[in-house]
Design a protein around this ligand. Structure first.
Ligand code: FMN
Length: 206
């Protein structure tokens, strides 16, 4: 089984990379593979709500000029997803939010029901708010959110400093252990969500 790790920092070898490397190493100890994809440092579009992904193109965003489709194209072959982001102004990096929103809207069916987790990386503040924000999309996609012994937060400013946060690293190893446990316990079968039930939209706004 394989976990897709998204490095949502424009700094490829920054502290988010340190966090994801710790997760990848611990997953490996548990016999679980991983693949890390980097969000890059080129412009990323926001969702235009054009709904082309529901019509003339299916399973992908109509905009092919950034990293979104190459990341969402890996959803089908992944058994789980972990998104790591630096904290910017108390929020996840804007590019991460744009990619996740577009990737889930256009190809969410390929990741729905699969276990997920978020990691927030910061110098000092805003980690819990960012962590919660990153978790929100998972929770409307029937994705079991995997927990740890603390929120998945790690501290550092300059690239590499996160390696000094021993508690943060331990939290991430526990996350990886729990992710491996869940994947093995379920055999990698996604959660059913509403199963065979028809969607029940609220009465007034659809
Ligand atoms: C534009 C910008 C805004 C930031 N805002 C915050 C913040 O609100 N809180 C914080 O603790 N760190 C903040 N930081 C620091 C980063 O979160 C920190 O350096 C982190 O380690 C970056 O992760 P990376 O090395 O993976 O890019 C900010 C950094 C930048 C560039």
């Amino acid at each position: 089984m394989k976990v897709l790790l998204v490095n949502g920092s424009p700094r490829q070898k920054g502290n988010t990379a340190v966090a994801l490397e710790e997760v990848a190493a611990q997953l490996k100890k548990n016999g679980i593979d991983s693949e890390t994809v980097w969000i890059g440092n080129k412009p990323v579009r926001g969702c235009m709500a054009c709904n082309a992904c529901k019509g003339k193109v299916q399973g992908r965003c109509i905009f092919d000029d950034d990293v979104c489709n190459s990341i969402s194209g890996k959803f089908a072959s992944a058994d789980a997803l972990i998104v790591g982001s630096p904290v910017y102004y108390g929020q996840p990096n804007g590019a991460v939010l744009s990619v996740i929103q577009r990737a889930f809207y256009s190809n969410g069916a390929a990741i729905a029901g699969k276990p997920a987790a978020a990691i927030a990386v910061c110098r000092r503040g805003g980690a819990s708010a960012s962590f919660e924000t990153l978790n929100l999309p998972f929770q409307m996609m029937n994705m079991p959110v995997v927990s740890s012994q603390y929120w998945n937060i790690i501290y550092g400013r300059e690239p590499g400093q996160a390696a000094l946060d021993v508690e943060g690293l331990q939290t991430l190893r526990a996350l990886a252990n729990n992710m491996a446990f869940l994947l093995k316990a379920t055999g990698g079968v996604p959660a059913p969500g509403r199963g065979e039930e028809q969607w029940q939209p609220m009465h007034s706004i659809r």
